[in-house]
Design a protein around this ligand. Structure first.
Ligand code: ADP
Length: 162
């Protein structure tokens, strides 16, 4: 059985992430989307909230499971006996950062963890969780960026009732 992990902050999940999830779920028998509990970032949503949103957004994808982890991805992947990490690429700026992480993970895992990149669908190339949060913080329209129920939760965080 071919399995992969798609790790990320997902703070919150966007249509860009969901596009990568759907496509990876078609390539692999089982996809674990895992929310990274990153102590160095101050997230808008707690890990539990992010897991819940991802569960709801992927409920029609039977081979996708949602988890969370903290610590090193290579340790987490080894524990789960998974050898492929999925990452999405939007622009050249993503590439430089992602290449370094992918090579570090491969080296530090002794070749046990490879990274597979899926390039963004063009309609989501501009989309990032940070942009969505910035627009929502000014009560802007984010309906093209995230599922409706996620949008509601984001506006709530910023004190808007819409
Ligand atoms: P990070 O894990 O770097 O904190 P995110 O949680 O926002 O960032 O993203 C997780 C992964 O999804 C990363 O590989 C990122 O490049 C990818 N990604 C984010 N937004 C998009 C998008 N619009 N299209 C394709 N990939 C994306």
């Amino acid at each position: 059985m071919k399995a992969a992990i798609y790790p990320g902050s997902f703070d919150p999940v966007t249509f860009g992430h969901l596009d990568i999830i759907k496509r990876a779920a078609q390539i692999f028998d089982e996809l674990t989307v895992s929310v990274l509990n990153n102590k160095t970032k101050t997230p808008l949503f707690s890990v539990e909230e992010r897991v819940k949103m991802l569960e709801e957004a992927t409920r029609d994808l039977p081979n996708v499971r949602i988890e969370s982890f903290s610590g090193l991805l290579i340790d987490y992947a080894r524990d789960k006996n998974i050898h492929v990490a999925i990452r999405g690429l939007r622009a050249f700026t993503d590439f430089e950062y992602e290449l370094q992480i992918a090579q570090t993970n491969r080296k530090f895992s002794g070749g046990d963890l490879d990274t597979m990149f899926l390039t963004t669908s063009l309609e989501y190339a501009y989309l990032s969780s940070s942009t969505v949060k910035e627009v929502a913080s000014f009560n802007g329209d984010i309906s093209q960026c995230v599922p409706e129920f996620v949008g509601k939760l984001i506006y709530q965080k910023y004190g808007y009732d819409r």
